[in-house]
Design a protein around this ligand. Structure first.
Ligand SMILES: NC(=O)CC(=O)C(=O)O
Length: 304
């Protein structure tokens, strides 16, 4: 892996998207409007962000029955140029145009993706440069299969296949590692990206009102402190008219584990300034990155 770019200060915006309903065209239109709003810093009230993020399943309802209905073919091969103009994915086309027109890096939340050839479905995040290039993709590695009696049962594996790669991308200000929602519960993925030089980890997500109150903040702060990196999760807004009730609370955590930006559960945009000084001071003051004992236990991030 090439060495990471120098970590420079940057501004981040998480779009806690509302109004995600059954009409995909309407979802894409609203997401486009919100990207514009986020990129303008809410019309100049906030500094213009360098990087904008959408939540998990931003163009569709969230649930295993919905994935085949909304799935789009992306046909992206990592490391190879991608021709957005001939993409079959209307979401990719919108996201690419939005990144270019607004002049921002964009993590395009996630969408249900159908793989060419196999027809397998994935929960997939795509990333765009300010030139509108598709530069990275992450397929959710850990599928959200849980059953908490009387509270919530969810089985992504009914229709989805799991991704099998660890993904990150470089900007002119940082190396960013990717995950999607349930991936946050698996420390090895975050650890692997951190060991690969990521300064920040960002996960488009959609926790729910059962697991969110106990685990949403805890897991982000844990991953941030474990790895001494910035960490953020971007949720949809809560909509009690849909079957899945998202937790909201999109959040940014610094490498000391401090929550530096957060919102409630309505539609909103969370802005944060990402300061490399906090990252450097955390690593200098508590030097766990150089104190690991791989003579006593194995380095579980190796071998991927
Ligand atoms: N939606 C998810 O993938 C994960 C989640 O809600 C949880 O882990 O809790």
């Amino acid at each position: 892996m090439s060495s990471a770019p120098a970590f420079k200060p940057f501004n981040l915006a998480l779009i806690q998207l509302g109004e995600v309903g059954p009409d995909k065209d309407a979802n894409l239109k609203h997401a486009r409007e919100m990207i514009k709003k986020a990129a303008s810093g809410n019309g100049g009230a906030k500094p213009k962000p360098d990087l904008v993020v959408l939540p998990e399943c931003f163009n569709s309802l969230y649930g295993h029955v919905h994935f085949p209905v909304y799935a789009e073919t992306i046909a992206y091969t990592p490391g190879q140029p991608y021709d957005v103009a001939s993409s079959e994915s209307q979401s990719v086309k919108m996201l690419s145009a939005a990144a270019k027109e607004e002049g921002v890096w964009l993590i395009g939340g996630s969408i249900p993706e159908r793989e060419v050839g196999t027809g397998k479905l994935y929960n997939t995040a795509t990333v765009y440069s300010p030139k509108g290039e598709l530069v990275a993709m992450h397929r959710k590695v850990h599928l959200f299969d849980i059953d908490i009696p009387g509270k919530i049962k969810f089985k992504e594996s009914e229709n989805l296949s799991a991704g099998n790669t660890v993904n990150q991308f470089d900007t002119e200000f940082a190396r960013i590692g990717l995950g999607i929602c349930y991936d946050v519960r698996f420390p090895e993925l975050a650890m692997t990206n951190a060991r690969r030089g990521c300064h920040m980890l960002i996960y488009p997500s959609a926790f729910n009102t059962t697991t969110g109150p106990l685990h949403w903040e805890l897991l982000q702060r844990a991953r941030a402190v474990d790895n001494q990196v910035y960490f953020a999760m971007c949720s949809p807004a809560r909509d009690l008219n849909q079957s899945y009730h998202a937790w909201g609370h999109s959040m940014v955590v610094d490498p000391m584990g401090k929550v530096i930006a957060e919102t409630e559960h309505e539609e909103d945009i969370v802005y944060a300034h990402i300061d490399p000084k906090v990252f450097e001071e955390a690593r200098a003051g508590i030097p766990v990155t150089t104190q690991r004992r791989f003579d006593v236990y194995p380095d579980v991030s190796k071998g991927l």
